[in-house]
Design a protein around this ligand. Structure first.
Ligand code: ARG
Length: 587
């Protein structure tokens, strides 16, 4: 299917053509067409071009208008305004014709990249033997949305879940397990298996930590375990693997609740790079990128200093010989660029790790692992706050368990669904409640710019009014109900009809889908897509209250309005799916 042009790009092209006819020396000049409140579009580029050609801008604008007669199939009105802007109102016919072409395309007119790159995206990275908290929620939700958005634009995407599955804490855990071999036993199978796995891990974690802090002999035995683990002792490794496997049962149960697909082959945790660590450090040291300092292998940066004013380096190997987080991340970069062929590395990680990534990226550039042809980006997200505006904690000051939050969201949403439900069975209420609740949590995260902190406020999240997923889901369900009521009357575009204001506004907004998606993809800003969808639902709400659909004036108008309804629904459905949010057919 040839790419479908938006109305905005067609108008832009026409104005550009008229512009180069009026001012040949300008060549292929961009008229800088923008959406406008005064007309449908405003062209802002003439001023600068006239200045460059030492021409009078209003005169040039007038000549451009002469080449673009009003009353054409495309342009209804065009006028020069101010010092040399153009105000352009498009013809109703052009709006519907363009939307009809878009509706005929499965991809709703979104072009697929001609030269896609390969993006390796690092997201949804919880830690073994630990509870998942709201920070892990953000990485998972934002990362999954970016995966879908990028893939839809044609990009090749490789997922990497860089779980925390290595480190000295495993000495203590494994040692405790050898001394209490049944501590990880629990019921297998059943819907509660993930919870059961996590609670035994939790118990073991706490017990071993307490022993480690109080019993010097246990501490010494734990340290020996770390050595055995790093030396690859088979028995120790097998026990380590049990911790990883048990944790994965839990992770998958949470991802499942989040309605999110995570594939085992994409889970490449910190341990996955063990075999590369020594070489990574050797290359850094041999090339002089890293130097020894107080026994540790360090990389220094002119602009990174501690509070005491002394340079604070990136430590790639500790003085006791242990490798840390940085060595792993540097090795992962080598793997992702050299073996996976990444042209972009995207990290969906808490903003509090920004300094780490800045230093890791810079080190990798100095070492030549990141060339000019590879970009490395941290999609840094802010902190989830409680209603009081402070980092989200329980009353006891503990981090809030992610599963508890999700369960509460589902419960609240089910209450909302039940209250509005007209013809839903109990089973349907439970299913929709889950889709609405999980959608609400995801949307709250995706609708604010990722870098900002946001308040986790369930009352607001499941509200029917305002910028919530519930509002979008109801808009979608309402359209489906109209389409069902229409029975045999099917949506059909009628470009010959004049449009009401609310129809034009909705149509022009539908026209912007591809553009908004491209912005969300290229800037790694899923909230741009969320904002687009919210505006779409708002335009639809106005349309719905001002323009009767099934009781419109003529059969043609009924079909044309159904057509607008249908394209709105398809756009909402597609957009929400890219954000990982379900759109139930009935609510
Ligand atoms: N596991 C880490 C955490 O819970 C996030 C890992 C981020 N990814 C990375 N390549 N360092 O904070």
């Amino acid at each position: 299917m040839a790419s479908v042009h938006s109305l905005a790009s067609t108008v832009n092209q026409r104005v550009a053509d008229a512009l180069s006819a009026a001012l040949p020396e300008a060549g292929a000049a961009d008229p800088l067409l923008r959406r406008s409140d005064r007309a449908d579009f405003q062209a802002n580029g003439i001023l600068a071009l006239a200045k460059k050609a030492k021409a009078n801008p209003r005169e040039l604008a007038t000549r451009v208008v002469a080449g673009l007669p009003a009353g054409s199939d495309l342009i209804k009105e065009i006028e020069v305004s101010g010092p040399g802007f153009l105000n352009i109102t498009v013809a109703d016919k052009a709006i519907i014709e363009t939307l009809a072409a878009r509706a005929a395309d499965d991809r709703l007119g979104v072009p697929a990249a001609e030269k896609p790159g390969t993006t390796v995206i690092d997201y949804a990275q919880p830690n073994v033997a630990k509870e998942m908290h709201v920070g892990h929620l953000r990485s998972a939700v934002i990362g999954a949305a970016m995966v879908e958005i990028l893939e839809f634009t044609g990009e090749k995407v490789v997922r990497r879940h860089h779980i925390g599955d290595w480190g000295t804490q495993f000495g203590m855990l494994i040692q405790y397990l050898t001394e209490h071999p049944h501590e990880l036993d629990h019921q297998h199978g059943g819907p509660e298996e993930g919870e059961a796995a996590m609670s035994s891990l939790n118990r073991l974690y706490k017990a071993s930590r307490a022993l480690f802090d109080s019993d010097e002999d246990f501490k010494a035995r734990s340290r020996d375990r770390v050595v055995a683990l790093q030396a690859g002792d088979p028995e120790t490794l097998a026990l380590w693997q049990r911790f990883v496997d048990e944790s994965k049962i839990y992770f998958y149960s949470v991802f499942d609740k989040l309605d999110m697909e995570i594939h085992d082959e994409d889970v490449v945790g910190e341990s996955g790079y063990n075999a590369m660590l020594e070489e990574t450090c050797r290359i850094l040291e041999d090339s002089g990128v890293a130097v020894r300092s107080d026994g540790a292998l360090c990389v220094f940066f002119d602009d990174v200093k501690g509070p005491d004013g002394k340079p604070s380096p990136l430590i790639v190997k500790k003085s006791n010989g242990g490798y840390g987080y940085a060595a792993t991340d540097l090795s992962a970069i080598r793997d992702r660029v050299q073996n996976l062929g990444a042209s972009t590395l995207l990290y969906v990680v808490d903003a509090r790790q920004s300094l780490h990534f800045k230093m890791v990226f810079e080190t990798a550039r100095r070492a030549g692992w990141l060339g000019d042809d590879v970009q490395a980006v941290q999609l840094a997200f802010g902190t989830v706050l409680g209603k009081d505006g402070k980092p989200f904690k329980t009353r006891e000051g503990e981090t809030v368990r992610l599963v508890d939050l999700l369960d509460e969201a589902i419960e609240r949403a089910s209450a909302v669904v039940r209250e509005k439900a007209q013809d839903l069975t109990e089973e349907e209420i439970a299913e929709r409640g889950t889709q609405v609740g999980i959608g609400a949590v995801k949307y709250a995260d995706l609708s604010t710019s990722a870098s900002r902190d946001y308040k986790f406020d369930l009352d607001q999240m499941v509200s029917l009014n305002g910028d919530t997923s519930v509002y979008l889901q109801y808009a979608y369900a309402r359209i489906q109900s109209i389409l069902r009521k229409a029975g045999d009357v099917k949506p059909a575009a009628h470009p010959e009809l004049g449009l009401a204001d609310a129809e034009r506004a909705l149509g022009l907004h539908l026209d912007r889908f591809a553009e908004s998606l491209a912005e969300a993809a290229s800037a790694y800003e899923p909230h741009k897509l969320a904002a687009y969808l919210y505006q779409l639902a708002s335009h639809y709400t106005t349309f719905y209250s001002e323009c009767p659909v099934l009781k419109a004036e003529s059969p043609a108008q009924v079909e044309n309005r159904l057509f607008l309804c249908d394209l709105t629904a398809r756009t909402l459905h597609r957009g929400m799916a890219l954000l990982g949010i379900r759109t139930p057919e009935r609510l």
